[in-house]
Design a protein around this ligand. Sequence first.
Ligand SMILES: Cc1cc2nc3c(=O)[nH]c(=O)nc-3n(C[C@H](O)[C@H](O)[C@H](O)COP(=O)(O)OP(=O)(O)OC[C@H]3O[C@@H](n4cnc5c(N)ncnc54)[C@H](O)[C@@H]3O)c2cc1C
Ligand SMILES: NC(=O)c1ccc[n+]([C@@H]2O[C@H](COP(=O)([O-])OP(=O)(O)OC[C@H]3O[C@@H](n4cnc5c(N)ncnc54)[C@H](OP(=O)(O)O)[C@@H]3O)[C@@H](O)[C@H]2O)c1
Length: 461
Amino acid sequence: MSNIGTAPNPVRAAIVGSGPSGFYAAEALLASEQTVLVDMFERLPSPFGLVRSGVAPDHPKLKQPIRVYQQIAESPRFRFLGNVTVGRDLSVEELKGCYHVVVFACGAETDRTLGISGEHLAGSHAATEFVGWYNGHPDYRDLVFDLSHETAVVIGQGNVAVDVCRILCKTADELRHTDIAGYALEILAQSRIRDVYMIGRRGPAQAKFTHPELRELGELADCDPILAPHDLELNRASREELADRRNRAISKSYEVLQAFTARPAPTRHRRCHIQFLKSPTELKGEKKLERVVLARNRLEGEPSRQVACETGEVEELACGVLFRSIGYRGVAIPGVPFDDHRGVFPNQDGRIVDGQNVVPGLYVTGWIKRGPTGIIGTNREDSVATVNSLLADLPNLPAGPKTGADGLIALLQSRAVRVVSYADWQKIDAAEVRRGETAGKPREKFARVEEMLEVLGVCRT
Ligand SMILES: Cc1cc2nc3c(=O)[nH]c(=O)nc-3n(C[C@H](O)[C@H](O)[C@H](O)COP(=O)(O)OP(=O)(O)OC[C@H]3O[C@@H](n4cnc5c(N)ncnc54)[C@H](O)[C@@H]3O)c2cc1C
Ligand SMILES: NC(=O)c1ccc[n+]([C@@H]2O[C@H](COP(=O)([O-])OP(=O)(O)OC[C@H]3O[C@@H](n4cnc5c(N)ncnc54)[C@H](OP(=O)(O)O)[C@@H]3O)[C@@H](O)[C@H]2O)c1
């Protein structure tokens, strides 16, 4: 038998998920000295994960990595199998039967919860849902957001929270020529929200947002950022944190916040209030959200390890809608070990482990490997590291030839799964771009799977 990784016996690799980490894993596999054939499985008909359905519509430049992914997809050794959910349409065991190695790159698809009373009242949402909705993700297409109240609250101070605030604070004209979903733009255009509160449990030296994103909140057409100067007061440990050269990026955010406090009195129709040292402890309302109870905090602990502790002071803020933007969370796939506490697939250097034991042939990368942090580029080095572990393991894996997706097509057909190829996706992509042209948008996304399949001539059942 020929050695694995040669043309007669290529390494058959399955990648589950087509976001940045999946594409960077494919890139690293295809660039290796071994002969590798890559099949990428994606549960949606559309590729690119959060670059399509997370990155804000008014940040088109940040979607440019898609061009690199398009080049990777053009490799003759790459195959895209969209509209296939691993764990539902195909079991992990079935994948293992057809591939030498499986790399999970399935992201963090759900959200963390606050665990407070009233969290499930109507009007209380996860940022995950709102972001998916305005970005045309089919899972969130039919959600309803009531923007008829004047006050919205966003809990958390990461870049997702900033995205949510900015989308709520922008005028329809500022969003009209982006790839925001048309149905979302209609609702946002009628929004009566005037005050948006972005609330963090810790202080300005601990906020997770980055300065270019923060600065944009001061550049909106009809919204003023509001910040009380006393909110920027720092305790000794926070001053030390800011003075640490390793925290240069945080000091730049702090400078942006200082500049916000020095602005003239607000004159615009909307206001984005940035508040620190407050934690929601209860959401109140009869049938729907009416108020959020906020506990005032102080910071305790050494520099870079400060935690928020309640002071005993509380206040209530009337609001009609609240978004918790406190981080995403991975979802388990049957047949793969799952760390329920962290919401990731447990691993050592990208090798999936069950307890202390490595599970041969199973690997992980991206948000489902390290948790929901890091920008698009962070996933590149992460995927390279995982692929390095995989390539080092190859001599020890069973070397018999595998079929790859050829061994699964009949099975998927028997389960009535319409596999979407990369050529199919390109037709859907072109149709979206055409739909956007009349409205002066880069594209008008299809936000229902059936609509995407209709482009391919698949009739509704
Ligand atoms: C709202 C938001 C905005 C962001 N904006 C930016 C930004 O502007 N700039 C930046 O650099 N970074 C941004 N990020 C971070 C960036 O998006 C992430 O670092 C990156 O997308 C993580 O890549 P991933 O491949 O691990 O996961 P994802 O991008 O989530 O990709 C996972 C893919 O796996 C698929 N999948 C899941 N389960 C299955 C299954 N069972 N079977 C088959 N397929 C499956 C999903 O459909 C998805 O396509 C943003 C993140 C969020 C949440
Ligand atoms: N334009 C961009 O580049 C862009 C845009 C969007 C997202 N991203 C990236 O995507 C990643 C994810 O972003 P994210 O905003 O979801 O996560 P994040 O950066 O980790 O921010 C999460 C925020 O939630 C807070 N939080 C967590 N648990 C909380 C709780 N129980 N109560 C109150 N607050 C709580 C955190 O505060 P503590 O610090 O106190 O825990 C933090 O302020 C980040 O790496 C981000 O940079 C980038």
